[in-house]
Design a protein around this ligand. Structure first.
Ligand SMILES: [Ca+2]
Ligand SMILES: [Ca+2]
Length: 213
């Protein structure tokens, strides 16, 4: 396993438990604040640009055959096409599934993710790769709803480095500035199993990621 992969695993398995609650509160409140204009919109209308990957038993591993991303046919979204993500968490330890695409997001601070939830309680997150190749972990929140919903999170907190001498687990690799410098060049949407002991499967439908000023 590479150093970056180890960092990723640690972040997925540990960070969300230790630090995510406060950020999730911000995310849930973001829906109540006025959003700025849309500066970027990524549609989940074609599976081709999204690369599937996974963690199984606390380690990066090829996605099991049950994990699939394809166009949704049985569930529709009012504004266009959407994708169906079938996930499978196969071990009683930490498992995750991720979708990655190249991006160029040069501004904005709040992200809105439109998802058809399955009520599973598993945890959505983003990993944003910045101008310097550094990765930044942004918790989105648990999928505690069924049907369509847009959930919001702000990456404002990631823009400023921590107090000198502090190393935070949500930043790793790249230029190691511990701060997100725009543009974002790659974006990963992930789902962590919660609890880690969960073994089983589920389905999400994904419609759109929007970035607001
Ligand atoms: Ca598991
Ligand atoms: Ca950086």
């Amino acid at each position: 396993m590479t150093k970056v992969d180890k960092c990723w695993c640690v972040v997925c398995a540990v960070f969300c438990l230790a630090h995510a609650e406060a950020v999730w509160c911000q995310a849930s409140k973001a829906g109540e604040v006025k959003l700025g204009r849309v500066v970027c919109s990524l549609a989940f209308d074609d599976p081709a640009p999204w690369r599937l990957s996974s963690h199984q038993n606390q380690q990066p591993a090829p996605p099991p055959p049950e994990v699939r991303l394809r166009k949704a046919t049985e569930v529709t979204w009012k504004e266009g096409e959407c994708l169906r993500l079938d996930y499978h968490f196969g071990t009683p330890k930490h498992d995750a599934v991720m979708l990655t695409t190249d991006a160029k997001i040069g501004s904005g601070k709040t992200v809105g993710l439109t998802v058809h939830g399955d009520g599973s309680g598993h945890e959505l997150f983003l990993v944003l790769v910045d101008k310097g190749g550094e990765s930044h972990y942004l918790p989105i929140g648990p999928v505690d709803w069924k049907g369509w919903k847009t959930i919001y999170a702000s990456w404002d907190k990631l823009l400023s480095p921590p107090v000198q001498g502090t190393i935070l687990a949500e930043h790793w690799g790249g230029d190691k500035t511990q701060a997100l410098e725009l543009p974002i060049t790659r974006l990963t949407l992930g789902l962590n199993d919660k609890p880690d002991s969960f073994v089983g499967k589920g389905t999400l439908r994904l419609a759109r990621i929007q970035v607001f000023q």
